[in-house]
Design a binder for this molecule. Structure first.
Ligand SMILES: [Zn+2]
Length: 326
């Protein structure tokens, strides 16, 4: 197992030095959280682990270790409830059963820090966090540690997934044989995770989406061709997030290009970025980033895709005209 430097490797040291905490918040990308939580369980259950074929570690990794309890209890549910925490409270009073000295609770709370009921489970968990029992370790996986209640945060230590710079990710992809320009795009989209960036190469459509985003940023000049771009976006229905995501990257890049060009992430797209600078003032580009964030939020909340896309494109055009150089 390759341990994250900030999580698995950090915990190995903490256990070796006898200063491991009883409760951690593990902050990372949603896709990566199950793996990061598994790392925590492996290290806690097998802190002196040396042998790659170790029975204990294999049990933990395959989800069969009886002292590693994953919540929500129902694997089909994504939101934690007070019932899950009640289960944790009961189980944490029990002795380890599987030839071990610890019991580990892995809480995947990625979808549980906001919305209805999110405070209930956290409040129920507080008492356990305040009165730690020997041999009980709790790991709360989240994408946004700041979304948790301050009372929960203050009782846990926060471990954050290690991130590389976009340039390191790009270099790594190029070293693995990927095209340099695509590597740049993937790295800019993946927010410092080489693994996420590499996954983008699994589907060619993703790069078509990036090309479409570049066309929209440089060629959308009237409500008439906005209509065509709207239908192009809608034809990639399963990948609208990729189009809007890359459009955001491009708008940001055009801002960086003007303010701190040495920090640009997409040197091989410099022509595109310059064209965006011609069309959009700094204020307009900033406004567009905000419009894109709002559109993504509407889509996440189940907004009608056609309506959201149409409105977004006409708002972008309007923003461009409104912020024109005088
Ligand atoms: Zn082991």
């Amino acid at each position: 197992m390759n341990f994250d430097p900030n999580i698995g490797q950090y915990l190995i040291k903490a256990f070796a030095e006898g200063c491991a905490s009883h409760a951690y918040i593990v902050a990372g990308e949603a896709k990566r959280l199950p793996r990061l939580l598994a790392e925590c369980a492996v290290v806690t259950m097998c802190p002196n682990h040396t042998d790659d074929d170790c029975v204990c570690c294999r049990k933990v990794q395959s989800g069969k270790h009886q002292d590693v309890i994953t919540l929500p209890v129902d694997p089909d549910k994504t939101r934690l409830t007070v019932t899950d925490i009640a289960y944790l409270v009961d189980e944490s009073a029990k002795r380890p059963v599987d030839n071990s000295e610890a019991r580990v609770f892995l809480l995947n709370a990625a979808d549980s820090v906001a919305g209805v009921g999110s405070e209930l489970w956290q409040n129920k968990l507080l008492k356990t966090l305040e009165e730690p029992l020997t041999g009980i370790y709790i790991f709360i996986g989240v994408t946004d540690a700041e979304g948790l209640l301050p009372t929960v945060r203050s009782r846990c230590q926060i471990l954050r997934q290690h991130r590389q710079t976009e340039r390191q990710v790009r270099d790594l992809l190029v070293a693995r044989g990927y095209d340099a320009k695509y590597s740049e795009m993937a790295a800019a989209m993946a927010g410092g995770s080489a693994e996420t960036a590499e996954q983008l190469f699994a589907d060619d459509v993703v790069f078509d989406c990036y090309a479409l985003a570049a066309d929209i940023a440089t060629q959308m000049t009237s409500t008439k061709n906005a209509l065509r771009f709207a239908s192009d976006i809608l034809s990639k229905r399963d990948h609208i997030g990729d189009v809007l995501g890359f459009l955001t990257v491009l708008m940001r890049e055009s801002i960086v290009y003007r303010l701190a060009p040495q920090l640009c992430l997409l040197p091989s797209m410099a022509d595109t970025v310059r064209a965006i600078c011609e069309l959009y003032t700094l204020n307009a580009a900033e406004g567009c980033v905000e419009l894109l964030n709002q559109a993504k939020k509407r889509l996440d909340n189940g907004g009608n895709v056609t309506v959201v896309v149409d409105r977004l494109l006409s708002n972008i055009l309007e923003m461009r005209y409104r912020c024109r150089k005088s």
